[in-house]
Design a protein. Sequence first.
Length: 369
Amino acid sequence: MKIGLTGGHLTPALAVIEELKRYKEVNLFFVGRTNTMEGDPSPSPESVIIPNLGVKFYSIKTGRLQRKFTKFTLPSLTKIPFGFIQSILILLKEKPNLLISFGSYVAVPVSVAAWILRIPILTHEQTFKGGLANRFISKVAKRIAVSWESSIKHFPSKKVFVSGNPVRAEIISVKKKRTNRSVIYITGGNQGAHVINVILAEILSNLLKKYEVVHQCGGSESYKDFEMLSALSSQWPKKIKNRYKLSKWYKTAELAEIFSKTDLVVGRSGANIVNEVAILGIPAVFIPLEIAAYGEQMDNAKVLAERGAAIILPEGRLTPKRLLAAIEFVFKDYREYKKKAKAAGKLINKNAAKVIVDEAFRMVNVPKT
């Protein structure tokens, strides 16, 4: 059986790939982006990570329907037909039994191509309200997996089912390790967050007096935050510098090791990081992306904040002083935040990847062996 995967939400895709690879009869390929953002030549995480998993990777160049008019809007629109043609050719070559989509603009031409070629589509939606891409893909998909009960109303009722948001097994199985100092993990998601990186640079030296900091800053070639932060840390005394670990992004095994030592997560509130910190019972300071579609990151953050497991610091109010104060506020009452973070973990389905894979096998009517 051959299954194609596509989409821009890499983390749940990795969890599902991990589950699919347990079955020897399954052959996989992935259709994604070479670059994460338009106008930025830095490689997308999937173009680096997927081939290293032994999964064939195809890159397409396609555009998106943008919510705001920018200098990339018209060039982006002209790319959509090319992405569709590329998708048709890839699917004709591979002839998959099923396509599993993880949303985002890159999945749209691939899903339309699959529908035209009568390849059944299973799409997964991470967010509460449903992203723009998946609202379109849902019209051609045979089955729609959603992460939350409240998401059902946004999709055709006969197609939709609740799976949860897939989390990688290595993350789920993390056990806490003791450290000499409290550890803060700072992340802007796979793409990084320039706003957070710039603010953080102003308070890092203060943080490192008390804490160890592990920082995933993204690999943007436009902003060059990695280079900026590397240059900054090179000026510190060795004792302080050793408390700071910086990377553009981390592999799953590296991230599992980081989470095993992490006491507080600071960063964006995408569906994946919210699920991961909930499963692991780690308190968080969330800085939701203001321009996220339908306010989805704010909704994600509220799931834990309303249960006392996280603080929300709106991006519009973000300053070095306020970020430092929010971090100190959590550590001042850490036992209570930790207790509530552990309780919040009961909200998350740890078997989401298996639920999706089971449905995939049912769709193609192939027994698992």
